[in-house]
Design a protein around this ligand. Sequence first.
Ligand code: C2E
Ligand code: CA
Ligand code: CA
Ligand code: CA
Length: 269
Amino acid sequence: KNNGKNGYQLFSHEMHKSLMDRLQIEAELREAITHGDQLELHYQPQVCATNGHIVGYEALLRWRHPRRGLLTPFDFIHIAESSGLIIVIGEWALLEACKKAKSLCAANSHVKRIAVNLSALQFNHPNILTHVQHALTQTGLPPRMLELEITESAIIDNVDDAILLLFKLKKLGVNLAIDDFGTGYSSLNYLKNFPIDTLKIDKSFVDGIVNNQKDAAIARTIIQLALNLGLSTIAEGVEYIEQSELLTSMGCNDLQGYLFAKPIPSTQL
Ligand code: C2E
Ligand code: CA
Ligand code: CA
Ligand code: CA
Protein backbone atom coordinates (compact mmCIF):
# COMPACT_ATOMS: atom_id res chain seq x y z
CA LYS A 1 0.00 0.00 0.00
CA ASN A 2 2.88 2.36 0.79
CA ASN A 3 4.17 1.92 -2.75
CA GLY A 4 1.01 3.35 -4.31
CA LYS A 5 -1.84 1.76 -6.24
CA ASN A 6 -1.79 -1.26 -8.50
CA GLY A 7 1.42 -2.73 -7.18
CA TYR A 8 2.05 -5.86 -5.30
CA GLN A 9 4.93 -7.28 -3.29
CA LEU A 10 5.57 -10.76 -2.05
CA PHE A 11 5.20 -11.13 1.67
CA SER A 12 8.05 -13.54 1.84
CA HIS A 13 8.39 -16.54 4.09
CA GLU A 14 11.50 -14.96 5.57
CA MET A 15 9.66 -11.77 6.50
CA HIS A 16 6.84 -13.76 8.01
CA LYS A 17 9.25 -16.00 9.84
CA SER A 18 11.21 -13.10 11.28
CA LEU A 19 8.03 -11.37 12.47
CA MET A 20 6.94 -14.63 14.11
CA ASP A 21 10.39 -14.95 15.61
CA ARG A 22 10.22 -11.46 17.03
CA LEU A 23 6.81 -11.99 18.59
CA GLN A 24 7.88 -15.37 19.90
CA ILE A 25 11.10 -14.04 21.36
CA GLU A 26 9.30 -11.09 22.93
CA ALA A 27 6.82 -13.45 24.59
CA GLU A 28 9.65 -15.65 25.82
CA LEU A 29 11.56 -12.66 27.12
CA ARG A 30 8.49 -11.62 29.13
CA GLU A 31 8.43 -15.14 30.56
CA ALA A 32 12.12 -14.99 31.38
CA ILE A 33 11.64 -11.71 33.24
CA THR A 34 8.64 -12.80 35.30
CA HIS A 35 9.73 -16.35 36.10
CA GLY A 36 13.16 -16.24 37.00
CA ASP A 37 16.64 -17.26 36.49
CA GLN A 38 17.18 -17.17 32.71
CA LEU A 39 18.70 -13.69 32.61
CA GLU A 40 22.28 -13.46 33.80
CA LEU A 41 25.04 -10.94 33.98
CA HIS A 42 28.51 -11.98 32.91
CA TYR A 43 31.46 -9.93 34.05
CA GLN A 44 34.44 -8.92 31.93
CA PRO A 45 37.56 -7.79 33.81
CA GLN A 46 39.05 -4.35 33.23
CA VAL A 47 42.75 -4.18 34.00
CA CYS A 48 45.11 -1.36 34.87
CA ALA A 49 47.38 -0.81 31.83
CA THR A 50 50.49 -0.22 33.90
CA ASN A 51 50.34 -3.00 36.51
CA GLY A 52 47.80 -5.49 35.13
CA HIS A 53 45.66 -5.55 38.27
CA ILE A 54 41.95 -6.10 37.79
CA VAL A 55 40.46 -2.72 38.66
CA GLY A 56 36.89 -3.26 37.56
CA TYR A 57 34.36 -5.39 35.72
CA GLU A 58 31.83 -4.59 33.04
CA ALA A 59 28.49 -6.33 33.58
CA LEU A 60 27.18 -7.78 30.30
CA LEU A 61 23.72 -9.20 29.83
CA ARG A 62 23.12 -12.84 28.82
CA TRP A 63 19.96 -14.90 28.37
CA ARG A 64 20.27 -18.58 29.15
CA HIS A 65 17.39 -19.67 26.96
CA PRO A 66 15.94 -23.11 27.75
CA ARG A 67 15.93 -24.17 24.07
CA ARG A 68 18.04 -21.65 22.15
CA GLY A 69 21.07 -21.81 24.43
CA LEU A 70 23.10 -18.92 25.80
CA LEU A 71 22.12 -15.75 23.94
CA THR A 72 24.13 -12.53 23.75
CA PRO A 73 22.53 -9.07 23.50
CA PHE A 74 22.95 -9.25 19.71
CA ASP A 75 20.19 -11.89 19.65
CA PHE A 76 17.60 -10.10 21.74
CA ILE A 77 18.53 -6.54 22.82
CA HIS A 78 16.73 -4.98 19.81
CA ILE A 79 13.56 -6.79 20.87
CA ALA A 80 14.06 -5.75 24.49
CA GLU A 81 14.40 -2.14 23.27
CA SER A 82 11.50 -2.06 20.81
CA SER A 83 9.14 -3.71 23.31
CA GLY A 84 10.25 -1.48 26.17
CA LEU A 85 11.22 -4.56 28.22
CA ILE A 86 14.75 -3.14 28.47
CA ILE A 87 13.49 -0.85 31.25
CA VAL A 88 12.68 -3.69 33.68
CA ILE A 89 15.67 -5.70 32.48
CA GLY A 90 17.92 -2.69 33.05
CA GLU A 91 16.45 -2.12 36.51
CA TRP A 92 17.19 -5.75 37.36
CA ALA A 93 20.71 -5.53 35.90
CA LEU A 94 21.55 -2.48 38.00
CA LEU A 95 20.49 -4.19 41.20
CA GLU A 96 22.17 -7.48 40.30
CA ALA A 97 25.46 -5.78 39.35
CA CYS A 98 25.51 -3.70 42.54
CA LYS A 99 25.00 -6.85 44.62
CA LYS A 100 27.85 -8.60 42.84
CA ALA A 101 30.08 -5.53 43.10
CA LYS A 102 30.06 -5.73 46.87
CA SER A 103 31.45 -9.26 46.95
CA LEU A 104 33.94 -8.58 44.12
CA CYS A 105 35.33 -5.54 45.90
CA ALA A 106 35.54 -7.46 49.16
CA ALA A 107 37.47 -10.30 47.48
CA ASN A 108 40.01 -8.12 45.66
CA SER A 109 41.16 -4.80 47.06
CA HIS A 110 42.28 -3.56 43.61
CA VAL A 111 38.71 -3.71 42.28
CA LYS A 112 37.33 -0.21 42.32
CA ARG A 113 34.17 -0.39 40.24
CA ILE A 114 31.55 -2.30 38.37
CA ALA A 115 30.39 -0.84 35.06
CA VAL A 116 26.78 -1.18 33.92
CA ASN A 117 25.48 -0.33 30.45
CA LEU A 118 22.52 2.02 30.06
CA SER A 119 20.74 2.04 26.72
CA ALA A 120 19.38 5.28 25.29
CA LEU A 121 15.86 4.24 26.23
CA GLN A 122 16.88 3.63 29.85
CA PHE A 123 18.87 6.83 30.07
CA ASN A 124 15.92 8.83 28.79
CA HIS A 125 13.38 7.07 31.03
CA PRO A 126 11.80 9.35 33.66
CA ASN A 127 12.58 6.91 36.51
CA ILE A 128 16.24 6.25 35.77
CA LEU A 129 17.51 8.31 38.69
CA THR A 130 15.19 6.44 41.08
CA HIS A 131 16.36 3.11 39.67
CA VAL A 132 20.02 3.94 40.23
CA GLN A 133 19.33 5.33 43.69
CA HIS A 134 17.30 2.25 44.59
CA ALA A 135 20.06 -0.15 43.48
CA LEU A 136 22.57 1.72 45.63
CA THR A 137 20.46 1.94 48.80
CA GLN A 138 19.14 -1.62 48.45
CA THR A 139 22.67 -3.05 48.25
CA GLY A 140 24.58 -0.49 50.29
CA LEU A 141 27.20 -0.27 47.52
CA PRO A 142 29.30 2.90 47.82
CA PRO A 143 28.18 5.01 44.82
CA ARG A 144 31.73 5.61 43.61
CA MET A 145 31.96 1.86 42.90
CA LEU A 146 29.20 2.05 40.30
CA GLU A 147 30.10 3.26 36.82
CA LEU A 148 27.36 3.91 34.29
CA GLU A 149 28.28 3.45 30.62
CA ILE A 150 26.26 5.76 28.41
CA THR A 151 26.61 6.23 24.66
CA GLU A 152 26.90 9.56 22.94
CA SER A 153 23.67 8.94 21.06
CA ALA A 154 21.72 8.50 24.32
CA ILE A 155 22.91 11.91 25.45
CA ILE A 156 22.46 13.68 22.16
CA ASP A 157 18.75 12.68 21.92
CA ASN A 158 17.91 15.52 24.26
CA VAL A 159 20.92 17.49 25.39
CA ASP A 160 19.20 19.80 27.89
CA ASP A 161 17.54 16.98 29.81
CA ALA A 162 20.68 14.86 29.54
CA ILE A 163 22.90 17.44 31.16
CA LEU A 164 20.49 17.85 34.09
CA LEU A 165 20.30 14.09 34.56
CA LEU A 166 24.07 13.65 34.36
CA PHE A 167 24.52 16.20 37.12
CA LYS A 168 21.90 14.48 39.26
CA LEU A 169 23.60 11.11 38.74
CA LYS A 170 26.93 12.67 39.53
CA LYS A 171 25.46 14.11 42.72
CA LEU A 172 24.61 10.56 43.81
CA GLY A 173 28.34 9.92 43.58
CA VAL A 174 28.43 7.42 40.71
CA ASN A 175 31.01 7.45 37.90
CA LEU A 176 29.97 8.29 34.37
CA ALA A 177 31.64 6.83 31.29
CA ILE A 178 30.99 7.58 27.63
CA ASP A 179 30.81 4.20 25.88
CA ASP A 180 31.97 3.62 22.28
CA PHE A 181 33.56 7.06 22.36
CA GLY A 182 34.25 8.54 18.96
CA THR A 183 31.62 6.58 17.06
CA GLY A 184 28.57 8.72 17.81
CA TYR A 185 27.88 12.39 17.34
CA SER A 186 30.81 13.43 19.47
CA SER A 187 30.82 17.04 20.39
CA LEU A 188 33.78 18.51 22.20
CA ASN A 189 31.37 20.96 23.74
CA TYR A 190 29.65 18.32 25.82
CA LEU A 191 32.97 17.11 27.18
CA LYS A 192 33.41 20.63 28.49
CA ASN A 193 29.97 20.92 30.03
CA PHE A 194 29.06 17.42 31.16
CA PRO A 195 30.29 15.85 34.42
CA ILE A 196 31.92 12.85 32.77
CA ASP A 197 34.70 10.77 34.37
CA THR A 198 35.80 8.32 31.70
CA LEU A 199 36.05 7.95 27.94
CA LYS A 200 35.77 4.40 26.66
CA ILE A 201 37.68 4.10 23.38
CA ASP A 202 35.63 2.08 20.92
CA LYS A 203 36.79 -1.31 19.71
CA SER A 204 36.73 -0.13 16.09
CA PHE A 205 39.75 2.12 16.80
CA VAL A 206 41.49 -0.53 18.89
CA ASP A 207 41.05 -3.06 16.05
CA GLY A 208 43.10 -0.94 13.66
CA ILE A 209 45.48 0.65 16.10
CA VAL A 210 48.56 -1.40 15.16
CA ASN A 211 48.22 -1.35 11.36
CA ASN A 212 46.18 1.72 10.57
CA GLN A 213 47.79 5.11 11.18
CA LYS A 214 44.43 6.88 11.28
CA ASP A 215 43.05 4.60 13.98
CA ALA A 216 46.26 5.05 15.94
CA ALA A 217 46.03 8.84 15.56
CA ILE A 218 42.42 8.87 16.75
CA ALA A 219 43.18 6.68 19.77
CA ARG A 220 46.20 8.82 20.68
CA THR A 221 44.15 12.00 20.33
CA ILE A 222 41.29 10.69 22.49
CA ILE A 223 43.78 9.72 25.20
CA GLN A 224 45.49 13.14 25.06
CA LEU A 225 42.14 14.92 25.11
CA ALA A 226 41.09 12.91 28.17
CA LEU A 227 44.39 13.65 29.90
CA ASN A 228 44.04 17.37 29.23
CA LEU A 229 40.48 17.39 30.53
CA GLY A 230 41.31 15.32 33.60
CA LEU A 231 39.29 12.30 32.46
CA SER A 232 40.39 8.70 32.54
CA THR A 233 40.44 6.36 29.55
CA ILE A 234 39.69 2.71 29.02
CA ALA A 235 40.06 0.83 25.73
CA GLU A 236 37.61 -1.95 24.82
CA GLY A 237 38.10 -4.96 22.55
CA VAL A 238 41.83 -5.40 23.24
CA GLU A 239 42.71 -8.79 21.73
CA TYR A 240 46.44 -8.64 21.03
CA ILE A 241 49.49 -7.89 23.12
CA GLU A 242 50.65 -5.34 20.50
CA GLN A 243 47.42 -3.37 20.93
CA SER A 244 47.81 -3.52 24.70
CA GLU A 245 51.42 -2.28 24.56
CA LEU A 246 50.63 0.52 22.14
CA LEU A 247 47.64 1.73 24.17
CA THR A 248 49.72 1.61 27.34
CA SER A 249 52.51 3.63 25.70
CA MET A 250 49.90 6.19 24.60
CA GLY A 251 48.88 6.63 28.24
CA CYS A 252 45.57 4.75 28.23
CA ASN A 253 44.65 4.02 31.87
CA ASP A 254 42.71 0.76 31.68
CA LEU A 255 42.25 -2.05 29.18
CA GLN A 256 39.47 -4.54 28.54
CA GLY A 257 39.24 -7.36 26.01
CA TYR A 258 39.67 -11.02 25.17
CA LEU A 259 43.47 -10.67 25.61
CA PHE A 260 42.77 -10.56 29.35
CA ALA A 261 39.46 -12.39 29.67
CA LYS A 262 36.09 -12.91 28.03
CA PRO A 263 32.95 -12.04 30.00
CA ILE A 264 32.72 -14.61 32.81
CA PRO A 265 29.54 -16.06 34.39
CA SER A 266 29.01 -14.78 37.91
CA THR A 267 29.42 -18.24 39.44
CA GLN A 268 32.86 -18.71 37.85
CA LEU A 269 34.38 -15.39 38.83
P1 C2E B 1 29.41 -2.83 24.53
O1 C2E B 1 28.94 -2.10 25.73
O2 C2E B 1 30.23 -2.06 23.53
O3 C2E B 1 30.18 -4.09 25.10
C1 C2E B 1 31.33 -4.62 24.52
C2 C2E B 1 31.03 -5.87 23.77
O4 C2E B 1 32.25 -6.36 23.19
C3 C2E B 1 30.50 -7.02 24.62
O5 C2E B 1 29.61 -7.77 23.80
C4 C2E B 1 31.75 -7.82 24.93
O6 C2E B 1 31.50 -9.16 25.24
C5 C2E B 1 32.49 -7.68 23.63
N1 C2E B 1 33.94 -7.81 23.77
C6 C2E B 1 34.70 -7.54 24.85
N2 C2E B 1 36.00 -7.73 24.60
C7 C2E B 1 36.08 -8.13 23.31
C8 C2E B 1 37.18 -8.48 22.44
O7 C2E B 1 38.35 -8.47 22.82
N3 C2E B 1 36.86 -8.84 21.17
C9 C2E B 1 35.58 -8.87 20.72
N4 C2E B 1 35.35 -9.24 19.46
N5 C2E B 1 34.52 -8.52 21.49
C10 C2E B 1 34.78 -8.16 22.78
P2 C2E B 1 28.23 -8.31 24.35
O8 C2E B 1 28.40 -8.80 25.75
O9 C2E B 1 27.69 -9.24 23.32
O10 C2E B 1 27.35 -6.99 24.41
C11 C2E B 1 27.00 -6.31 23.24
C12 C2E B 1 26.34 -5.01 23.52
O11 C2E B 1 25.09 -5.20 24.18
C13 C2E B 1 27.15 -4.13 24.47
O12 C2E B 1 28.15 -3.46 23.73
C14 C2E B 1 26.08 -3.21 25.01
O13 C2E B 1 25.82 -2.16 24.13
C15 C2E B 1 24.86 -4.11 25.04
N6 C2E B 1 24.65 -4.60 26.41
C16 C2E B 1 25.28 -5.61 27.06
N7 C2E B 1 24.81 -5.76 28.33
C17 C2E B 1 23.87 -4.78 28.47
C18 C2E B 1 23.01 -4.39 29.57
O14 C2E B 1 23.02 -4.94 30.69
N8 C2E B 1 22.16 -3.33 29.33
C19 C2E B 1 22.14 -2.67 28.14
N9 C2E B 1 21.29 -1.66 27.99
N10 C2E B 1 22.91 -3.02 27.11
C20 C2E B 1 23.78 -4.06 27.26
CA1 CA C 1 29.71 -1.01 27.37
CA1 CA D 1 31.47 -0.28 24.30
CA1 CA E 1 31.84 -0.84 21.05
